[in-house]
Design a protein around this ligand. Structure first.
Ligand code: FAD
Length: 293
């Protein structure tokens, strides 16, 4: 199928893009890498009247370290995240995760801003943003807004972004020296959307978690920053403590059933991920031993 007819404008600056979006409201759509937008248009799931192409706006691309913050431009492509020494050094969770986003051809065009704005609940990068405590920076007719990642995602393909707003950058606190991370997803094949996944960032002191953020994805209508993590912080993690955390996680999860998995399968896989993640982060294989996925 082909997309319905649409008008096309190549934005010459962020201000120009914002003017176009302000003039056309929800009849316009931003085009970044096009890896989600174009398939949706070709399938006629959406039919915007105007495409505002921001792909040439160099001011929205790039990765920089500013003090103890990593700043990532919205147009930074997945492949650039994968190859960046700054991402590897200061946000290694993101480097691990992005290797699971689709396939090389898609990673060569798809952007971090597009992935976050698209807000597919099975996407890897939104969950990483929760685990890493990201701030998402948005510009619109009223100026700039800084939004905590936890408040950004509101449902399936839904965020707090207004049609007239542009996601311009992401800020991440750079990983502390005692930080550890874990990333794993269950998918039919490498590169497929996940059936269930976990992006976790921790700080460990004397064999205990002093901080633990668990970002689950593909197990609800949006990425989940699991409160169950609180059961594991500042305590000696025993099998009983971990079982308690699994029960707390189970109560928080609200997965959907689809062709890939039932609700029960997704809940089971999430608990497997929690146990494996904790075992790996604390370097205590016995905590994850004997589990099957
Ligand atoms: C076969 C296939 C497999 C895939 N597998 C995965 C996967 O495993 N995991 C995964 O996470 N993704 C996957 N994707 C999606 C891919 O990662 C996309 O690159 C990404 O979701 C969107 O980035 P983009 O730059 O291409 O955005 P676009 O397609 O250009 O835009 C996506 C949406 O975001 C909006 N948008 C884009 N940029 C902005 C901005 N700066 N401000 C405001 N709104 C904006 C657009 O208007 C549109 O609604 C897959 C895609 C395909 C085709």
């Amino acid at each position: 199928m082909k997309a319905a007819a649409f008008a096309y404008a190549r934005a010459t600056s962020v201000a120009n893009a914002l003017d176009l979006l302000a003039a056309h409201g929800d009849r316009a759509k931003v085009l970044s890498g096009g890896q989600s937008l174009m398939p949706a248009m070709n399938l006629r799931l959406i039919a915007p009247e105007l495409i505002v192409d921001i792909g040439e706006l160099a001011e929205l691309r790039g990765i920089a370290v500013r003090g103890d913050t990593l700043v990532i431009g919205a147009l930074t492509r997945h492949v650039e995240l994968q190859k960046s020494p700054d991402i590897a050094a200061h946000a290694p969770l993101l480097a691990d995760a992005v290797a699971h986003v689709a396939h090389p051809a898609i990673r060569n065009r798809g952007t971090i801003g597009g992935s976050l704005a698209h807000a597919d609940p099975a996407s890897e990068l939104p969950a990483c943003m929760l685990a890493l405590g990201a701030t998402i920076i948005v510009r619109g007719p009223g100026g700039e807004r800084r939004i905590a990642a936890e408040d950004f995602f509101t449902g399936i393909y839904e965020t707090v972004l207004a049609p007239q707003e542009l996601l311009v950058a992401i800020e991440l606190p750079i990983a502390k020296k005692d930080a550890a991370h874990f990333f794993h997803e269950f998918a039919r094949r490498h590169g497929d959307y996940a059936i269930a996944g976990l992006a976790a960032q921790a700080r460990i002191d004397g064999g205990r978690f002093s901080h633990l953020d668990l970002g689950f994805f593909a197990v609800g209508d949006r990425p989940l920053l699991a409160k169950a993590a609180g059961k594991l912080v500042s305590v000696d993690v025993t099998p009983a403590v971990l079982a308690d955390a699994c029960r707390a996680l189970d109560a928080e999860l609200d997965p959907q059933e689809d062709q890939q998995a039932t609700v029960e399968m997704r809940k089971h896989l999430s608990k497997v991920l929690l146990k494996r993640g904790v075992a790996a982060l604390l370097n205590r294989p016995e905590l994850g031993a004997g589990m099957t996925a």
